[in-house]
Design a protein around this ligand. Structure first.
Ligand SMILES: *[C@@H]1O[C@H](CO)[C@@H](O)[C@H](O)[C@H]1NC(C)=O
Length: 295
């Protein structure tokens, strides 16, 4: 898989996701372009709007409102993916997905624009995520899990509780391979390289509990402060094993909540983002919708 290469003017290269030059330029080749929010999207009637959560640090969000908002709606706080170092709440990939999602599921979505590495190493993204949670409470993969763990240790304003958490194609890892992950080259894998790049000072390295929730000495998963969790995986996803591993860890912890696993056969990483309107894309949206609505 990827390996960091350094030429004269390149400091770090993890193809195809990031390249950092000596002159400070950061390239993110897979990043999709920014798109503006839309009032009453012509196809779906969904409205979106950008809001500032905090100026310093700079945290914002894109809000999505379904066409009909005649009753109290659940709020879904959404944290985009991208290995903590690329993609955005304002990018085409996530904007198109969430517009499609909200047209099918009657919820308000708060899609959080958190700070990225390498300009801001972890734990910046988690701190921004928590500020966004507090903002939502007083007015979302890996980050979802960490927000639910943090809610077990700290209170949200007004006693607001997290009802459920949905971890989709989540990026977890550990120094030991699990499931069908190849044993050789483990430390050269993309997941390893990315973690060391986004959080170089992480105590314990890859086995830091923020990345390895099943590390020896990690806080018990029984402390996840929500009453239901849905873990979504895809059979052909390179990170599938980690979703299942996380699910099993929660189960074994004795966590007292409703725990569900949704596996899509024959699909790969983030298939639902790439084609939200496909049969399987809609199938996942339906599954998430029923998870949100059920008690
Ligand atoms: C930085 O270096 C790269 C590679 O040499 C170059 O493509 C880029 O334009 C440079 N950026 C700036 C701001 O000088």
């Amino acid at each position: 898989m990827a390996s960091p290469t350094a030429s004269d003017d390149i400091v770090v290269d993890i193809p195809p996701i990031i390249r950092v030059y000596k002159n400070g330029t950061v390239e993110r080749p897979l990043q999709t372009p920014y798109v503006p929010p839309s009032l009453h999207d012509p196809q779906t009637g969904v409205s979106s709007k950008d809001v500032v959560i905090s100026d310093n640090p700079c945290i914002s969000a894109r809000l999505y409102l379904p066409k009909s908002t005649d009753k109290k709606l659940p709020i879904l706080v959404y944290f985009h993916g991208g290995g903590f170092l690329f993609e955005s709440a304002f990018s085409r990939l996530y904007h198109n997905y969430l517009t499609s999602f909200v047209s099918q599921v009657n919820v308000v979505v708060v899609s959080v624009e958190y700070r990225l590495a390498p300009e801001h190493h972890l734990p910046a993204a988690y701190d921004d995520g928590w500020d966004a949670m507090k903002w939502v409470a007083s007015a979302g993969g890996n980050i979802v899990y960490n927000m639910a763990m943090r809610a077990g240790a700290e209170d949200l304003p007004g006693g607001v509780r997290i009802l459920g958490a949905i971890c989709v194609h989540s990026y977890f890892y550990s120094s030991k391979p699990v499931g069908r992950e190849p044993v050789s080259g483990h430390e050269q894998s993309m997941s390893y390289l990315v973690w060391n790049f986004v959080y170089p000072s992480a105590p314990g390295g890859i086995d830091n509990p923020l990345m390895n929730p099943r590390a020896p000495g990690a806080p018990s998963l029984a402390g996840l402060a929500c009453s239901k969790i849905l873990v979504c995986v895809a059979s052909e996803d390179w990170i599938r094993e980690r979703g299942v591993w996380f699910y099993e860890g929660v189960k074994e912890s004795g966590w007292k909540g409703k725990l569900e696993l949704f596996e899509q056969e024959g699909e790969g990483h983030i298939y639902h983002l790439l084609e939200p309107e496909s049969e399987n894309g809609k199938r996942m949206t339906k599954r998430i919708a029923s998870f949100i609505m059920e008690n």
